[in-house]
Ligand binder design. Structure first.
Ligand code: 5GP
Ligand code: MN
Length: 355
């Protein structure tokens, strides 16, 4: 849909597909070589990097000049995906990244719903003249892009990239590099195809990605079987710190900066740890609190089973958001005060947590 001005009146997030006019216009834009920047959210995860690189390889194969710019660094377990070594990190290569953003004719923003999710890149993206195209599955997308493909029912942005290529009638252009990148995103954002949003369509997409060259066993191993001894010891500490509040079917884990230092914490080391808290029998709400002294915040990851909406909880109390069953947020209070605040909120949700 071609958007006008602020577009405030248009509830674009209710649409699950781009219109034929959108597609026609995007096809036209992609007919001639362009300089294209692809941007995922800060602290990019498997879906953010997978969808970005999948789209990167596709656009390159069509003759465009393409660069993926991430706001900051990402976990080691993603540093093998084809094309990963071309990614520019805004945090460490700011001047270059800003020039590229300024010169971009097209800017794809992937796997996020609000420009502030790009951290320090936000002002540059706001000022950028390039035509913006958002592809994302988070709730309540902001209205900054000319073209919006937003579908909150989707398991991952990577699956959406596949559907985007379907809309462009170009699924046959999927190479093994594209298939591998998208497979990483779908696998990680679905918890290896276990979460609710994993549909029969997801499995059909994944089947096709395997046919087109994604090596499923190898990809799984590359992402999940690369633990360091320190990381497993940190997991041990996290499990030791696990607390359960049976009255609210809630569990939580905290990790202090000192604990992270003890186990030589590296980005990605705590990824997935919150799922252990959620795996507890009878628990429908699980949270991990991780102290980041340097940034002066506590990073929070929230997960739920069933109808308890962690997106709303994160949005209302911890400056965050995400999805019904998986969200993130942050607190500027100390770790101790953050935990106290969290515990004091639970009685307000007693009914939801017990249903
Ligand atoms: P995680 O806990 O793994 O960092 O994030 C879980 C989900 O919530 C992901 O889909 C992530 O993109 C989203 N998310 C994490 N932090 C934030 C945030 O601060 N704001 C919003 N809107 N979404 C977030
Ligand atoms: Mn995602």
């Amino acid at each position: 849909m071609l958007k006008t001005g602020s577009g405030k009146s248009k509830k674009l997030y209710l649409r699950s597909r781009m219109t034929n006019i959108d597609i026609k216009e995007i096809k036209y834009l992609l007919e001639t070589p362009k300089f294209i920047v692809v941007v995922p959210h800060k602290n990019p995860d498997g879906d953010a990097i997978g969808s970005s690189l999948g789209l990167y390889h596709y656009l390159k194969s069509k003759g465009h000049d393409v660069v993926v710019i991430t706001p900051n660094d990402y976990p080691e377990f993603l540093k093998w995906i084809p094309g990963e070594d071309t990614i520019i990190k805004h945090e460490s290569d700011t001047v270059k990244a800003n020039t590229l953003i300024e010169n971009a004719e097209l800017i794809f923003t992937l796997d996020f719903n609000a420009l502030n999710r790009t951290g320090s890149m936000e002002p540059n993206l706001v000022a950028a003249k390039g035509i913006k195209i958002m592809i994302d599955h988070h709730q309540l997308p902001e209205d900054y892009a000319k073209y919006v493909y937003s579908d909150v029912s989707m398991c991952s942005t990577s699956e959406m990239i596949y559907h985007f290529l379907e809309m462009l009638d170009d699924v046959n252009a999927i190479t093994s590099a594209i298939a591998t990148s998208l497979y990483v995103g779908i696998m990680t954002d679905t918890g290896s195809f276990s979460f609710n949003a994993t549909t029969s369509t997801t499995h059909r997409v994944v089947a096709d990605l395997i046919d087109k060259g994604a090596n499923n066993a190898q990809i799984h191993g590359n992402v999940y079987d690369t633990n360091t001894y320190d990381r497993l010891q940190l997991l041990g500490r996290a499990l030791n710190n696990l607390k359960v509040i049976p009255k609210y079917n809630t569990s939580y884990i905290s990790l202090s900066q000192d604990e992270l230092n003890t186990f030589n914490f590296k980005k990605g080391d705590t990824e997935g740890v919150v799922n252990y808290a959620l795996s507890l029998n009878k628990v429908n709400f699980a949270v991990i609190f991780i102290e980041h002294k340097k940034e002066g915040i506590v990073k929070i990851s929230l997960r739920s089973k069933g109808n308890f909406d962690v997106n709303v909880f994160a949005r209302n109390h911890f400056n965050g958001g995400g999805h019904l069953n998986a969200a993130g947020g942050r607190s500027e209070l100390s770790l101790k005060d953050t935990l106290e605040k969290f515990i004091s909120l639970l009685p307000n949700y007693s009914k939801d947590l017990n249903s």
